[in-house]
Ligand binder design. Structure first.
Ligand code: DC
Length: 221
């Protein structure tokens, strides 16, 4: 029997990470935040002087990443980098390197290694389309850009960061455009993914929606 995977893809700040983590918790599954891997790679590159357009250098760096997840904390070579990789600047850098095919290829095995019993819930841009094409359930979770900017704003303020709503909205729209326009694994809803529009939906309802969809998918398998 293969290990079940729930793939939740969608644009920046859609809330997919929160929903995915809560679904994983409810099912007792592992959770992988694939965006964090792109963020850590960009962060490591900046630390080590690898240019963000040096495709081969980034791919080499990615293949040798000493990365560990522990709850919400992310460790790079034994150093906690959770806060450093959550900034808007880190998100932009991640989106920039994510357009490079050799880097994406170098991260494939690393991501697939997180598929462990009893199951995995993962979120990103191409988890259903590329990394886990045989996922048991694929969800494309989205919300309007305005709602997402508002969610990101509240999240940043809550964490004690300063934030500007208009700048966040512009940043999100630019990042979505870049993630959707790239040739390698662009952000898009695949035909086999179920659409979950959360502009008018709270976290609890979104989590329940995914749990119900998964129960349905597994009973049909
Ligand atoms: O989900 P996030 O905002 O943490 O992701 C940061 C960037 O990483 C995002 O703008 C695009 C890239 N990314 C990707 O290309 N593929 C993934 N599976 C996850 C993230």
């Amino acid at each position: 029997m293969t290990i079940p995977v729930i793939a939740i893809d969608g644009p920046s700040a859609s809330g997919k990470g929160t929903v995915a983590a809560r679904v994983a918790q409810a099912l007792g599954f592992h959770y992988l935040d694939s965006g964090a891997i792109y963020r850590v790679t960009a962060y490591a590159a900046q630390q080590r002087g690898v240019a963000l357009d040096d495709e081969d250098g980034l791919a080499r760096l990615a293949a040798a990443l000493d990365l560990r997840f522990d709850g919400v904390e992310v460790w790079l070579a034994g150093v906690a980098v959770g806060d450093a990789i959550r900034t808007e600047e880190a998100g932009r850098a991640a989106s920039q390197i994510a357009a490079l095919p050799a880097l994406r290829a170098a991260l494939l095995q690393l991501q697939r290694g997180f598929r462990k019993a009893p199951g995995l819930v993962t979120d990103g841009r191409d988890m259903g389309a590329v990394v886990f094409p045989d996922a048991d359930l694929k969800v494309f979770l989205t919300a309007s850009a305005e709602v997402r900017a508002d969610r990101r704003y509240k999240q940043l303020i809550e964490k004690g960061f300063s934030a500007n709503l208009a700048a966040l909205l512009q940043d999100l729209q630019e990042r979505d455009a870049r993630d959707a326009a790239r040739a390698a694994a662009p952000l898009q809803k695949t035909a086999d993914a179920q659409l979950l529009e959360t502009s008018n939906m709270g976290i609890d309802d979104a989590v329940n929606w995914v749990l119900v969809a998964y129960a349905k998918a597994s009973s049909q398998a």
